[in-house]
Design a binder for this molecule. Structure first.
Ligand code: ASP
Ligand code: MG
Length: 251
């Protein structure tokens, strides 16, 4: 739900509501992952012109996002440097040969940017926090399944490095695979990341904030006037996700 700067403002309010230690998992800005998929597809088709046009459109979107998100010139400059770095990488991909591993690196840019920009916004409003890189602790095994014991071991080490912090920001969706390469938990994976982290740190609660108020009794994109279901068992939720409800990752 961090598609617009105002939404980042709202997220900052949500996460500072109470004094409980909190880990915030952010997805990419809306539309970014889709656009990164399209860029990868253009590169795979060797259509460099279309890839570079799509990269330019995405970059322009981030430049204007920063203008609205941040007020101080020094923070805007930092944000522009972050965007420079990530778009420099995207532009380089046009000149090197595409591999599966490179596509996954491309797909990881959205969450890397959203979390860095959000961290700058928290700096602007004076909210103490640590940005912890998901690539240091999110792991999948050789079968592409999350390696919960590795995640648990690694995230606790990362958290212990920041004994005075109560608020942590990290990336959803992205992880490393058994070969140590950048990988991801498949589309819509940010809430899956949040669930895995919640399990790994034995959190008392895992809240998922998204662009709909809950699981509905029907698909609101197809049916008018659906209502959110107040309580749902895990099995029912899993079944709805399996049959296409987008609010939860099917796994
Ligand atoms: N950004 C990723 C995607 O669009 C992960 C997520 O949004 O949960 O699939
Ligand atoms: Mg997303």
């Amino acid at each position: 739900s961090v598609g617009k700067p105002e939404r980042m403002h709202q997220v900052s309010e949500l996460i500072t509501r109470d004094a409980e230690p909190t880990i915030v998992v952010l997805s990419a800005l809306s539309g970014t992952t889709n656009s990164l998929v399209e860029i990868s597809n253009s590169l795979a088709e060797n259509d460099k012109k279309s890839a570079s046009e799509k990269i330019a459109v995405l970059e322009a979107h981030y430049r204007s996002f920063i203008q609205t998100l941040l007020k101080e010139a020094s923070l805007q400059q930092k944000a522009n440097e972050i965007i420079d770095e990530h778009f420099e990488f995207l532009k380089i991909t046009q000149r090197i040969s595409l591999s599966d591993a490179l596509v996954k690196d491309i797909l990881a840019q959205g969450e890397l940017m959203s979390t860095k920009l959000f961290s700058l916004y928290l700096e602007q409003i004076g909210v103490d926090h640590a940005l912890i890189p998901a690539l240091e602790f999110m792991r999948i095994d050789a079968n592409d399944e999350p390696d919960l014991s590795a995640i648990e071991e690694k995230i606790n080490i990362v958290l212990a490095n920041h004994p005075s912090k109560k608020l942590f920001i990290t990336q959803g969706y992205i992880c490393r695979n058994a070969k140590g390469e950048v990988d991801n938990l498949k589309r819509g994976g940010s809430d899956y990341t949040a669930s895995l982290i919640a399990a790994a740190v034995k959190a008392s609660v895992c809240e998922i904030w998204t662009d709909i108020d809950g699981m509905h009794n029907n698909d609101p994109r197809v049916v008018d006037k659906t209502v959110a279901i107040e309580q749902l068992s895990f099995d029912e939720a899993a079944e709805l996700a399996y049959f296409g409800a987008k609010i939860l990752h099917p796994t």
